[in-house]
Design a protein around this ligand. Structure first.
Ligand code: SF4
Length: 448
C-alpha cells in the first residue's frame, strides 16, 4: 500500500538539513510519495524507517537490466504516463531476432550487418541494442546459434525457448552475459524461475489475460525472481495499445505491483509487411514497450525508430544541446561567411548539414541559447542582440575573418537594428528563414 506524503514525512528525520537536495523533509516526502525522488538521497533515514518506506519508495515499474560485455539495456523505473509530465527514463530496447532453424552462416552474416549499424542523429551515435535468439528445435542447435552470434557481436541477448531444458542449454552458451529469459507460461514458470535464479537473469512471462499475467508475476516473485518482464500475449495494434496502456496505468496510478514491470512487444508478429511493422513498432515505442523484438533488420526500418525513440526519451525540460562556440565547416578561410544560430542540437545539425552539403566553407557561430531553437529562444529572450554580440566577441571572430559581415537567421530579422548597435563595425545580413535555403544563399554571398 502506497504511503501518503505526510505518512512518509513522519518516518523521515525531520531536521530539514537539505542534504537530499530538497529544502525540507516535507518537500522530500512529497516527492517520494509522487515517485519523483529516490529514498537513497536522504543519508539520515534510519534502517527501521527505510524498511517501512521500502514498499512505498520502490519504483512503480521495476527496473530490469539485460547486459553483455559491459553493454546494458535497462527498462523500467518510469514514473509518469505522459512524457510531458516529467520525462521517460529508460528507452525501449530494440532487439533483432533470429530463429536457430536458419543456416548459421546466414545468421552470423545478418548479425554482423545489424551489429555494425551505426547512424548519427543530432550528434549521437544510434545502434541496435541487442540480439534475440529463438530456439525452434533441440538445445544443441540453440546453444550453437547463441555462441555463433556472440562470437560476431557481444550484445545483450533475449533468449527465447518454450522448453526449460532447451533454455538451460542456451543459458550455458550465453555464460558471462545477463540475458532476458523468454517466455515462461503458467505451465513452465517454475522451471524457468529456477533457471532465472541460477543464472541471475531476468525472466519474461506470458499469459492470455491480465489477471493470469498478474498471478504469474506474483508466483514468480514469490519464487525469488525480482526482475520480470510482461508479455500480455496480444499481437495486434489495437489490443497492444489497450493492454500496454492499462498495464502502465495500473502500475503508476494504482501502484498495482503484480503489473509493475516493463513490457515486451513483438511488432513483427503483428504484421507481414515492413511498413505495418514500422507502425506497430512506432506505437510500441510511444506506448510503453520496454523491450522490442523485430524480425527484420534494415536501416530503413531502424533509423526512424531510433530517431523517434531518442526524441521521446529525451527530457523535455533539457533539450539536447551542442556546445556553444564557433564551428568550422569545409575548412573556412578569412573570407568565408560567418553565420550565427542557437545551440539547440536539431537547429545546429540542420544548419551545419546544409552548409556542409553545399561544399561552401563557412564559420558557424553557435550562441548559448540554453538549448532552444531560434524562434523559441528569441521569444524567451535567450537569443537576442546582446547574446549574439557576446558570441561574436568571445569567439574572436574579428581575428578569424577579414570581412565584417554576419549572417543572422531570417526568423530573427527583427534583431537587425539592435545588432547593428551592439556590433557597430559589422554589417548584419539577414539570411534565409529555413536552413534548407542556405546553400543557395551562400552561393551568392560575397565578403565585400
Ligand atoms: S536529507 Fe533527509 S533529513 Fe535532510 S532534509 Fe532531506 S529528508 Fe530531511
Amino acid at each position: 500500500m502506497a504511503l501518503s506524503g505526510i505518512q512518509i514525512y513522519k518516518l523521515l528525520p525531520q531536521t530539514n538539513c537539505k542534504d537530499c537536495g530538497f529544502p525540507t523533509c516535507l518537500a522530500f516526502a512529497m516527492k517520494l510519495a509522487a515517485k519523483q525522488a529516490d529514498l537513497d538521497k536522504c543519508p539520515h533515514v534510519s534502517d527501521e524507517a527505510r524498511e517501512q518506506l521500502a514498499e512505498s519508495a520502490a519504483p512503480p515499474v521495476r527496473l530490469v537490466t539485460v547486459s553483455a560485455d559491459g553493454r546494458e539495456v535497462k527498462s523500467g523505473n518510469e514514473i509518469v504516463l505522459f512524457r510531458h509530465e516529467k520525462t521517460f527514463y529508460n528507452p525501449t530496447g530494440l532487439f533483432v531476432r533470429w530463429r536457430d532453424s536458419a543456416p548459421l552462416e546466414e545468421i552470423t552474416a545478418q548479425v554482423k550487418e545489424a551489429a555494425d549499424y551505426v547512424v548519427e542523429y543530432v550528434g549521437m551515435e544510434l545502434t541496435i541494442d541487442g540480439l534475440a535468439i529463438e530456439a525452434t528445435g533441440d538445445g544443441d542447435r540453440f546453444a550453437a546459434t547463441i555462441k555463433a552470434a556472440l562470437d560476431v557481436a557481444q550484445l545483450p541477448l533475449i533468449l527465447m525457448a518454450t522448453a526449460p531444458d532447451v533454455m538451460a542449454q542456451g543459458l550455458e552458451a550465453a555464460a558471462g552475459t545477463q540475458p532476458l529469459i523468454y517466455g515462461a507460461t503458467a505451465e513452465t514458470w517454475e522451471a524457468f524461475a529456477e533457471l532465472a535464479k541460477k543464472h541471475a537473469a531476468p525472466m519474461a512471462v506470458r499469459a492470455e489475460t491480465l489477471s493470469e499475467l498478474a498471478e504469474l508475476t506474483d508466483r514468480t516473485k514469490e519464487a525469488g525472481v525480482e526482475e520480470i518482464v510482461l508479455d500480455p500475449g496480444v499481437r495486434d495494434l489495437r489490443s497492444m495499445l489497450m493492454l500496454n496502456t492499462l498495464i502502465r496505468r495500473m502500475a503508476l496510478k494504482k501502484t498495482f505491483r503484480p503489473l509493475g514491470f516493463p513490457i515486451i512487444t513483438f511488432p513483427s508478429e503483428c504484421a507481414d509487411d515492413e511498413g505495418m511493422v514500422s507502425i506497430v513498432a512506432t506505437q510500441a515505442i510511444a506506448k510503453y514497450g520496454g523491450f522490442m523484438v523485430l524480425d527484420q533488420f534494415s536501416p530503413a526500418l531502424f533509423y526512424p525508430l531510433l530517431a523517434l525513440r531518442t526524441n521521446i526519451y529525451t527530457d523535455p525540460q533539457q533539450p539536447i544541446q551542442v556546445q556553444p562556440g564557433v564551428y568550422e565547416i569545409n575548412d573556412p578561410q578569412q573570407d568565408s561567411p560567418v553565420m550565427v544560430t542557437t545551440n539547440f542540437s536539431i537547429t545546429y545539425f540542420s544548419v551545419a548539414n546544409e552548409v556542409d552539403g553545399s561544399g561552401i566553407p563557412g564559420w558557424l557561430l553557435v550562441a548559448d541559447a540554453e538549448g532552444m531553437s531560434v524562434l523559441t529562444a528569441w521569444a524567451a529572450g535567450k537569443f537576442d542582440a546582446e547574446r549574439i554580440a557576446k558570441s561574436v566577441k568571445s569567439n574572436n571572430m574579428e581575428q578569424k575573418v577579414s570581412h565584417r559581415r554576419l549572417i543572422i537567421p531570417g526568423h530573427v530579422s527583427v534583431l537587425l537594428g539592435e545588432l547593428e548597435e551592439e556590433l557597430p563595425d559589422w554589417e548584419i545580413q539577414v539570411g534565409p528563414r529555413e536552413s534548407v535555403d542556405l546553400p543557395a544563399y551562400l552561393k551568392l554571398w560575397s565578403p565585400s
